[in-house]
Design a protein around this ligand. Structure first.
Ligand code: ADP
Ligand code: MG
Length: 323
C-alpha cells in the first residue's frame, strides 16, 4: 500500500459510518454539528500524549490509539459524565499505513466500547503527538468535582494503584516475560477508564478525581481543591500479587504512592453514605484513608507516621527541606 496523503488518511482511517443520532454532521466538513439535549450539561476535556514523554518510543500503534482516548475518558469518568463525542489532533512524523491501521484499531476499539463518535480533528506532519478532545454529558447538578470533600469523609481508590508505574518500569527494563510482568505491562498500556464507576459515584461521592500523576500528588490536589487534609493508611492500599511477585514490598508501596498512569478514580464519601460504596458494581474500590481538617496529606503505616521514600515531585510539600 502506498503512503496515503492527508486526505486519504482522514478518509481511510478516520471516517466511519455515523452511529450516533446526535451527530448531525461529522468528519468531512469544516466543523461538526452536534445535537445537545435540553437538560443535560456539556462536559469537555482534552489530553495530549507525546512520544518519549507519555509513552516510550516504539510503543505499539494500537496501544497509542487506545491510550490517547483512555486518558480522556478517565477525565470524564472523574466528572461523572457520559462520554459522547471526540475530536482527534494527530501530528505524525510520516504517513505509514500499517501504523495508521493499528492506531485506528486501538482508538476505535475503546471508542466503540463507550459509544464515542469521532466527529472531527486535524492531521499534520511533525513529532508523534496525539491530542484527543472529548465531550460528554452529565445531568444537571450531578457532576462530580475535586472540591466537595469535608473532614470526616472517607477516602477511596478504585483498582490497584501502582501497577501501571510498575508496568512502565518493566517495559523500560525490557523485562516483560511471564504472566505477572505481562499483566503489569497491560495495566500501563491499556488502562481501563472508570466511566461506569464515575456514573455510579454521582449520587455517592462528595469529591472525585482521576489519578494520572500519582496517588499522593493527586490526593493533594483533591485536598487543595476541597480545602482540607487527609490521613492516608498505607497498610490499606490494595495489594498487587503480580507486583509483589516481581519486586520488593517497599518498591510496591512506592509505586502505589508515587507512580503515575493508573487512571483509577480517587473519591471521598460522607460517612453517612459509606455503606453505598459496597453496592458499587463497576469497579473494586478500597478505603485508604479519611479527610481531616488542615491541608496536609499525612501517611501512616502500622499506626506510626510514614514518610514515603520517593520524593522528586515539587508537589510533596511535606518533603525534607520544607517548613
Ligand atoms: P479544514 O482545513 O477545513 O480544517 P481539514 O482538511 O483539516 O479541514 O479536515 C477535513 C475534515 O476532516 C474535517 O471535518 C476535520 O474535522 C476532519 N479531520 C481531519 N483530521 C482528522 C483526524 N485525525 N481525525 C478525524 N477527523 C479529522
Ligand atoms: Mg475548513
Amino acid at each position: 500500500v502506498s503512503a496515503p496523503g492527508e486526505f486519504e488518511i482522514i478518509a481511510r482511517y478516520f471516517t466511519r459510518r455515523n452511529d450516533r443520532a446526535d451527530v448531525l454532521l461529522g468528519v468531512g466538513d469544516d466543523a461538526a454539528v452536534l445535537e445537545c439535549p435540553g437538560q443535560r450539561k456539556l462536559v469537555v476535556a482534552m489530553d495530549t500524549i507525546v512520544e518519549g514523554v507519555h509513552f516510550p518510543k516504539d510503543t505499539d500503534a494500537a496501544d497509542i490509539g487506545y491510550r490517547a482516548l483512555a486518558v480522556n475518558l478517565s477525565d470524564l469518568a472523574a466528572m461523572g459524565a457520559e462520554p459522547a463525542w471526540m475530536t482527534l489532533s494527530l501530528s505524525l512524523p510520516g504517513s505509514d499505513s500499517t501504523w495508521l491501521q493499528g492506531f485506528a484499531s486501538g482508538l476505535f476499539e475503546l471508542a466503540d466500547r463507550h459509544g464515542v463518535a469521532l466527529v472531527g480533528g486535524d492531521t499534520v506532519r511533525g513529532p508523534l503527538v496525539v491530542t484527543v478532545q472529548i465531550a460528554g454529558l452529565v445531568e444537571p447538578d450531578a457532576w462530580l468535582t475535586r472540591a466537595g470533600a469535608k473532614p470526616g469523609d472517607l477516602v477511596f481508590v478504585s483498582g490497584v494503584p501502582g501497577e501501571a508505574a510498575a508496568g512502565l518500569e518493566l517495559i523500560q527494563r525490557n523485562a516483560v516475560q511471564g504472566d505477572a510482568a505481562r499483566h503489569l505491562r497491560q495495566r500501563f498500556l491499556r488502562p481501563e477508564p472508570r466511566v461506569g464507576l464515575g456514573r455510579e459515584l454521582r449520587s455517592v461521592a462528595s469529591a472525585a478525581m482521576d489519578v494520572s500523576d500519582g496517588l499522593l500528588v493527586d490526593l493533594r490536589k483533591l485536598c487543595a481543591a476541597s480545602g482540607c487534609g487527609m490521613q492516608l493508611n498505607v497498610d490499606a492500599l490494595p495489594q498487587s500479587a503480580p507486583m509483589l511477585q516481581l519486586m520488593p514490598a517497599a518498591e510496591c508501596i512506592e509505586h502505589a504512592l508515587a507512580g503515575g498512569d493508573d487512571y483509577e478514580i480517587i473519591f471521598t464519601v460522607p460517612a453517612s453514605r459509606a455503606q453505598r460504596v459496597r453496592d458499587l458494581r463497576s469497579a473494586p474500590c478500597t478505603q485508604i484513608g479519611a479527610i481531616v481538617a488542615g491541608d496536609a496529606v499525612l501517611c501512616s503505616r502500622g499506626g506510626a507516621p510514614f514518610e514515603p521514600r520517593r520524593r522528586g515531585y515539587d508537589h510533596f510539600e511535606q518533603g525534607p527541606g520544607s517548613p
